[in-house]
Design a protein around this ligand. Structure first.
Ligand code: TXA
Ligand code: MG
Length: 359
């Protein structure tokens, strides 16, 4: 099946097309749609067979639960059996937006959607097209990122077409997304709220409402063998085809070491790629060099990360050297994705090892 691709903008959504897309979802079909974080692959969250289709289309292990997207606060009660006061405050502050919260589920949510868990992850996205589609679909849309399992999440509709264009019913194209990293996930189903996936809503921002919030030890660099609590975080996601290594240290030493490594790769007959920033782009005379964004605008780095990783796949580079991006607010979320893409392969320029920050 070739997916129908429907173009529209958030400023003027095509209501007719969205009504039709909602109907496709109601009937158990799959529609990819934009959100402010990444493109999602939508199916009716209350229909077990739609969830099974999502897993099949992505090639995703069925123990990895889906996020249920809503577009009206009233609909939360239909799927969450207990919502603590602090979670309501988080919703007041950050919904609609790039935040997912986990609650004990009601019986309406099939175990197929939650990967067999008794909890459900819920997000209320801010993208107006996503909201209208969810309403047209009956209120509950399960949507993982719309990529083939193991590939970087899609930040443009073309990424979705590349991965799923022959497998799903429809793709709604509204241009590149705004944030470019998946939502922050906070688990409110236990005694203490825990961040299971870092995202645009930083621990500091969440901590203003939930001062006792913790970070899943499985996310920390020095977390050793602790398993992340979100099933999806244990997989080597976001993997580019080339071997990726992250180089940490002072920026000057990092650029010098990457230059050396690029030379070495070329000598070995391998095609090297470099992930650089605006500030360092000119420092690399050799290799295929891609600029991820500016170090003084960390949102630009987040927005371009997946696009850069996918572009290297298309270039056929065999080895990628990336600068580290431990930026002040989004650094944790960016480095979490980058290190996973690298399979946690890190080298330290200048010999000094700084392993304290939790990612
Ligand atoms: O920004 C986003 O969250 C995007 C857009 C499309 O909304 N969606 C997304 O979904 O990133 P996905 O399926 O790629 O990632 C969902 C993550 C997985 O790591 C999964 O294991 C975790 O959420 N998750 C979902 N339900 C859970 C639950 N009940 N308990 C623990 N982790 C859960
Ligand atoms: Mg994903």
């Amino acid at each position: 099946m070739k997916a129908e691709v429907a173009c529209m903008t958030a400023a003027s959504p095509d209501h007719k097309v969205l009504a039709r897309a909602g109907m496709i979802l109601k009937k158990g079909g799959l529609v990819a749609f934009p959100t402010e974080t990444v493109y999602g692959l939508g199916g009716n969250a209350l229909d077990p067979s739609a969830s099974r289709k999502i897993y099949a289309a992505k090639g995703r292990p069925s123990d990895n639960p889906l996020i249920v997207h809503i577009a009206d606060m009233k609909d939360l009660e239909g799927i969450a059996a207990a919502v603590p006061e602090k979670a309501r405050e988080m919703a007041d502050k950050f919904w609609p937006g790039p935040l997912t919260m986990i609650f004990p589920k009601t019986d309406r949510v099939p175990l197929e959607t939650t990967g067999g868990l008794e909890t459900v992850a819920v997000r209320f996205p801010s993208d107006p097209i996503a909201q209208e589609l969810i309403r047209c679909a009956g209120g509950y849309v399960a949507a993982p990122s719309a990529n083939t399992s193991g590939r970087p999440s899609p930040t443009t509709a073309q990424h979705v077409i590349d991965d799923l264009g022959d497998t799903i019913d429809m793709i709604i194209d509204s241009g590149p997304v705004g944030i470019g990293l998946e939502s922050t996930i906070i688990d409110f189903s236990g005694d203490v709220p825990v961040i299971l996936r870092p995202g645009y809503i930083s621990p500091q921002m969440a901590g203003e409402i939930v001062p006792d919030i913790r970070i899943d030890p499985g996310l920390l660099k020095d977390g050793g063998n602790v398993r992340p609590k979100a099933p999806g975080m244990k997989y080597r996601h976001y993997a580019p085809k080339a071997d990726l290594t992250v180089v940490e240290g002072s920026l000057q030493e990092v650029t010098l070491l990457i230059r050396e490594k690029v030379k070495e790769s070329i000598r070995e007959g391998r095609t090297p790629g470099v992930i650089a920033s605006e500030e360092t782009f000119e420092c690399y005379p050799e290799g295929i060099v891609r600029c991820i964004g500016s170090r003084s605008d960390e949102e630009s780095i987040a927005r371009h990360l997946y696009q850069v990783l996918r572009a290297f796949d298309d270039d056929g580079v065999e080895v990628i050297w990336s600068e580290a991006f431990d930026t002040p607010t989004l650094g944790q979320a960016i480095m979490n994705r980058l290190l996973k893409a690298a399979g946690h392969r890190v080298i330290y320029a200048g010999g000094q090892k700084n392993d304290s920050s939790g990612v």
